[in-house]
Design a binder for this molecule. Structure first.
Ligand SMILES: Nc1nc2c(c(=O)[nH]1)N[C@H]1C(S)=C(S)[C@@H](COP(=O)(O)O)O[C@H]1N2
Ligand SMILES: [Mo]
Length: 319
């Protein structure tokens, strides 16, 4: 496969255009300590440690003003209570079954309506961008939530560097398809590989990031190593993990959950307490580690920043 270097950066402006089963809802105080000791390593060492499933600190991570000051969930919640159906459908499956997943070397294919299509090595892909810590709320469509200290790069900066063509109105992301490593892909719960998408103006919003770490360390496999999407105002299922392909298109992508059940899951998936899931209320949520339920906030509390993206839309129809 062609591995090419990152093209010259030209920050040309992009024109913005416009689970069913309710799982066990208790906290798994996962024995994450078994993963091994954290160490500060060079990027190469970091990659090696990650390929071996170890923990490694990410260098030069700067804090971001976009972070919430809410209490962060413990490492054990963030890495031990996951949805990653490629590794099983129970919340502790990804932690247990993802241990041996090989996330290095890793290639990202850029395709479609873009000036710089090609295959990029993950490190080359990430390197032009400064790493930021973004502490965000995550609200799962299943009505639980947590606060996660991600380490990532702004998706908008990545997109500007890739230079979409004027016709690009959506970005589609695809997870690795590898049933040998991801046994869940041998079970037809979803139409594999997992696919997600954003409208271009959503993708260009400063809150959207590609995460490569959490808690100051490289991303654990169960959280989507080596690179995954985080869109904090949308339900968690938009945050596609272990991305191998980014495609620019003029058509709205068919995201996996909408394909699986269009009555229950839409393309937009904005957190919205006034639009219930057909089988449960979205008005409140259980924050992991808390006893009393919280009221769910419109756009997961990011309304001041993102509501403008949807001012012309009926969010009951475009759920
Ligand atoms: N490829 C892939 N990405 C995925 C999922 C999945 O099953 N497969 N689950 C999604 C769901 S439903 C949620 S809530 C978030 C959870 O992210 P976290 O495990 O980092 O908390 O990942 C999302 N990304
Ligand atoms: Mo979710």
């Amino acid at each position: 496969m062609l591995i090419r270097k990152t093209p010259d950066i030209r920050y040309s402006e992009v024109t913005p255009k416009g689970l069913y089963l309710r799982r066990r809802e208790f906290i798994h105080a996962a024995a994450a300590g078994a993963i091994g000791a954290a160490a500060t390593l060079s990027p190469v060492g970091t990659a090696r440690a990650q390929a071996q499933g170890g923990r490694a600190k990410l260098p030069n991570v700067r804090k971001s003003a976009f972070s919430t000051t809410e209490k962060i969930n413990p490492y054990e919640d963030v890495t031990g209570y996951n949805n990653f159906y490629e590794f099983g459908t129970d919340k502790d499956d990804p932690m247990r079954n993802g241990q041996k997943f090989i996330s290095r070397p890793w290639t990202i294919r850029v395709e479609g309506l873009v000036k710089t299509p090609g295959s990029y090595d993950i490190d080359t892909f990430v390197k032009p961008h400064a790493l930021e810590e973004r502490i965000y709320r995550l609200r799962c469509v299943e009505a639980w939530s947590m606060v996660i200290p991600w380490v990532g790069i702004p998706l908008a900066d990545v997109i500007k560097r890739l230079e979409p063509l004027p016709g690009a109105q959506f970005v589609e992301f695809t997870t690795l398809l590898d049933p040998k490593q991801m046994f869940g892909q041998r079970i037809p719960v979803l139409d594999w590989p997992y696919i997600e998408g954003l409208r271009m103006d959503e993708a260009m919003h400063p809150l959207a990031i590609l995460a490569v770490g959490l808690y100051g360390e490289v991303l654990p496999n169960q959280n989507g190593a080596p690179i995954r999407l985080v869109v904090p105002w949308k339900y968690g299922f938009k945050g596609i993990k272990s991305i191998v392909r980014i495609r620019f298109t003029d058509k709205q992508p068919r995201n996996s959950w909408e394909v699986a059940n269009p009555r229950e899951y839409g393309f937009y998936a904005n957190v919205n307490p006034t639009v219930d899931h057909p089988r449960w209320s979205q008005a409140s949520e259980r924050r992991l580690g808390e006893f009393l339920r919280r009221k769910t906030l419109m756009f997961n509390g990011y309304g001041d920043q993102v509501a403008g993206l949807y001012s012309a839309m009926d969010l009951r129809r475009a759920f």
